[in-house]
Design a binder for this molecule. Sequence first.
Ligand code: DCT
Ligand code: MG
Length: 425
Amino acid sequence: LLDVSWYTESMRDGYPVEIQDRHKLQEPVVSDSEVIPFSVPGYACQRRTTLENHNSVLTDALSLLAENAELSDEDGRGVAFRRAAAVLKALPSAVTHVSQLTGLPCLGEHSLRVIKDILKNGTSSEVESTKASERFKALKVLTGIFGVGAKTADRWIREGIHNLQQLRSSGQTLNRAQQAGLEHYADIRQPVSTAEAEAIRGLVERAVASVLPGAQIVLTGGFRRGKLTGHDVDFLITHPEEGREVGLMPKLVSWLDSRGLLLYQKTSRNSYLESQDGPGRPPSNIDRFERCLSIFKLSTPEAAKTDLQDAAENGVQSEEDGESQSGELGQHLQRKAASERRWRAVRVDLVVSPVSQFAFALLGWTGSKLFERELRRWAGHERGMSLSSHALYDNKQVKRCTECRLTRLDKLAYLTTITFLKANL
Ligand code: DCT
Ligand code: MG
């Protein structure tokens, strides 16, 4: 089970064979009548949630309110809206009447009010007013800059900064990440395609093969769940021989950097020490693997050319940026950029894990964030266990599940593969 190849060999059509067969037995029952209430299990990690969402109008609305709550530092409210959206994403058909929702978990008063509003009027007044609010728009623009979180954005807004132009002329001191984020803003806001993720995988594979032959790489995050686009590309790297992965990240980064493939990188070291963070202290939800947050310079001759030529021909400007380069000079500059630029900036996360923690790391880095949160909640409340991206602990025995590694990992591997079916939480 510790052989990394197991995870890919047991797949069929991108989904784990065993899980596909199990789920044939667990197909959700589609009700004949619209008034028969839906029924779903309480924890999001217990539900089958494919990429096919029959309630996207409702879930988009709830996700927007979740985003607004998260950007306003109200995480509790954010999770409540995310959980409500996840329930609707798991339903086998579109909700047509609010009575179908009777008895469903995670649908609080506030979420139900929004749903009712949309079912009745086609839109939710709260969602529409949030969308239109200057504060929400400014928070979106500013936190869209790599390296800028909700707190920084809030401080800037209080100082009268609402867009990139105002930020640039404000004289604010930006850290290295924020400077890179501002410089590559438009590229980073543009979704990364599967083809681009594959191209980056190729680069990382070459780099890893050259600095540590035998090391293995898995594309994680949303792309591993089958999503067609993402905001970044996530990789998990390990070596089948425990300990060989030590020192890999600096070599990998320097290989990439020396070939001009990195526009920005910041590596944080592995700070997980089992002797200290073991049974005595339950592992934190935030993992402590060696991790490199980076911005890759990806050569995209055709794509970059086409996009920029379009921009030059149409005089397109970034909506968020609020900076127009209209007129002849602007068009000239854009044409010049179009003819010169043959690359785009892409956010990439590289994570290195010792092989003994690989199953947990893979599970944690496959996401989605809500699925991970729910899985940990389920493990704690229903199984008396603590799960992190490093280990699984039995709370009653207060020890790491190592001697029962095969049985525990067996279950964990099963859970890991389940994440394929949770793509749309
Ligand atoms: N993750 C985690 N701890 C973090 C960051 C992320 O456990 N501090 C997990 C949860 C999801 C996964 O790693 C990848 O994170 P993202 O790239 O943020 O999410 P995603 O699902 O890949 O979404 P996107 O497609 O937008 O990149
Ligand atoms: Mg991702």
